[in-house]
Design a protein around this ligand. Structure first.
Ligand SMILES: [Zn+2]
Length: 146
C-alpha cells in the first residue's frame, strides 16, 4: 500500500515533468507571438513553484487523507490536498488554497474569501455564475414612454 508521503513525492516529480512538457509544447506558440521577455501568459515562476513544493503536514485514515504543502514563487503559498484512497494508491479529490487575503488566519470571520476558515475552497463552485443575459434581457430594455 502506497503511503501518502510516497504518493505526494511521486506527484511532485510527475508534476514537474508535466510542467516541463507543457512549457515545451507551448514554446512554438510563444515564439510566434511574444517577445522573449513578455511576462503575460508566460507561466513564469510556475516550474520553480512546482519544484519547491514540499509536504508540511499529512494525516490519513483508511479512505481519505489530508496533506498541507508549502511552495514559493517567490511568495509562500500553502495548499491543502484532499485525497481519496484508490486501490493501493491515492487520488487527489480537491485542493484548497491558503487564503492570501487574511494570510490563512482561521477565525477571521469577516474575510470574504475564506469566511474565517483560512482556506479558499478549490472545488468547482456549486452555484453557477449569474447568466449573462445581455442586451436582450428586460433589464436592458427601455421602459416605454408614457
Ligand atoms: Zn481569509
Amino acid at each position: 500500500m502506497q503511503s501518502v508521503n510516497e504518493f505526494m513525492q511521486q506527484y511532485f516529480e510527475d508534476h514537474t515533468l508535466d510542467e516541463r512538457r507543457e512549457q515545451a509544447a507551448r514554446s512554438p506558440f510563444r515564439r510566434k507571438y511574444y517577445t522573449d521577455d513578455c511576462y503575460w501568459d508566460s507561466r513564469a515562476g510556475t516550474l520553480e513553484m512546482i519544484q519547491s513544493e514540499k509536504v508540511l503536514k499529512a494525516s490519513a485514515s483508511d479512505a481519505t487523507a489530508e496533506v498541507i504543502t508549502t511552495s514559493h514563487s517567490p511568495n509562500v503559498h500553502q495548499l491543502r490536498y484532499h485525497l481519496d484512497r484508490n486501490g493501493d494508491g491515492w487520488l487527489i479529490r480537491s485542493v484548497d488554497l491558503w487564503c492570501l487575503s487574511c494570510h490563512g488566519e482561521a477565525g477571521v470571520r469577516e474575510c470574504i474569501f475564506c469566511h474565517g476558515t483560512g482556506w479558499v475552497d478549490g472545488r468547482k463552485p456549486k452555484a453557477a455564475l449569474p447568466k449573462d443575459d445581455g442586451p436582450r434581457s428586460s433589464r436592458w430594455r427601455r421602459k416605454p414612454r408614457q
